[in-house]
Structures are given as C-alpha cells and as structure tokens.
Design a protein around this ligand. Sequence first.
Ligand SMILES: [Zn+2]
Length: 269
Amino acid sequence: MEPLTPTEQERYRRQMMLPGFTVESQQQLKATTALVTGVGGLGGTAALYLAAAGVGKLILVRGGNLQRDDMNRQILMTDDWVGQPRVFKAQETLQAFNPDIEIEAVCEYVSAENIDTLVQRADIALDCAFDFAERDLLNAACVRHGKPMIEAAMNGMEAYLTTIVPGQTPCLTCLFPEKPEWDRWGFGVIGAVPGTLACLAALEAIKLLTHLGEPLMGQLLTMDLARAEFAKRRPYHDPNCPVCGDRTRQTLSTQLSTIATPTRPIASR
Ligand SMILES: [Zn+2]
C-alpha cells in the first residue's frame, strides 16, 4: 500500500494512537474508494466523517438542488447555496476540510443505468439514499459485485443500521422483504437524528475496512432516539432471497471470505 505523506501522518496521528488502529489501518483507508449515495443529513454527515478519517476517495451521488428546508440537517451546505445542486457543495466543503483526499461528485440519482458502474468503482458503499427504490438498486448491485454495504436508514426518531457483506450476511431484501411505507418526502426530522446515524454508519465502514472492533455483520442495530433506546437484532438470512439467495447458497468465494479475515485488506485500487 502507498505510504502516508508527512502531512497525512500528522493529520491522522490521533487516530493512529488508538489501540488496534495502525499505520497499516490508515494506509488501508487511504487505498479505499467509498461510494456514498446521498449527501443530506445522513449521507453528507457520513461522508464528512469518512473524509475526516482519511478514506482516500469518496464518490458522492445525489441529484437535485438544495432547498431551504434541507438546512436543518444538511451540514455540508451553506445558506447561499439554496437552489443549486447539493452534491457540488458537498464536494467543495469536504475538499476544503480534507485536501489530501479525492472527492468525485456525481449529480445524478441512483438508477438502474448508473448503479453498476458506480459500485464497480468502489470498495465499499454507504446506503444513505432517501428512498427504497435507490436502496434496492444499490443493494442488488453490491450483491452482484460482491461489495460490502453499510445500510443506514431512518424514519422520524427511529434509525436502523447494519453492515451487509454479500454471501456472509443478510442483504437489504432479506431484512425488508416488504418495504416499510415511509413517506418519500414528508417525514419530520431533527438533524441530530440522521447525524447520529451517519456517525455510526461511517464508523461501521471504518471498522470493516480496518478490522477495528466488531462491525454489525448480520446484526441490525435499531435505535429509538426519542427514548435513547438501542437494541441489536439478528435478522433472518433468507436462503431463497431473490437478491442474495444464489450467492448465499454458494460456498463463499475467495474474494468475499477475505473480508472477515483480520490480516487481509479488502480494498484495492
Ligand atoms: Zn438477501
């Protein structure tokens, strides 16, 4: 892996002091490309903490323009940007925050046409999309290409988080065979709720990439933030899942089995 520059050694010094987090962990982050779908209260905040940690390349994907009622939670934005494409402001803010990493902005919604190309270019995906149509497309593409995906979703004061590794854990369709009826545009939100979930999602990605701690593999963390209640559940892994069923039935491929092995990095570039 590429060595760290003197600036990077200084920038990331405090996290490299953490037990279990080494120079190699940092180099692993540097060598990683992470795909983040959404740059709002959830995706934007998750991207900020991936940038802070030194993930070498971020691909941000989100269509649409900033609206003033996004401003209670979309912390990468500025008020004077209202009416302009969110994803370019997210890129600018993150690049100013950490000039040592590469940030690509894709001003598109996730679609059947673009998802395979995006996922193939990434080592890991963070699902921070605003609806289940985009979430399902990303999940299926991650399963097809054997890429891990951090699934972070919320509704009102409730939040859900898990780490999906195709062939090893349930996928999003196993978790939610029937989609919850969440209002695409309408639910109420206090910025600290997606912010909390986003920090946990970024941490899951960092843990999975660097083998720090124990990622939520096959476990669903549910959070009722109105009551500050957290619980872990072990969701059903459907062997006949229409999305991941074939992959689950296969013996784990060599590529995928490396992910849970502490000594082998999962990213490559
Ligand atoms: Zn599945």
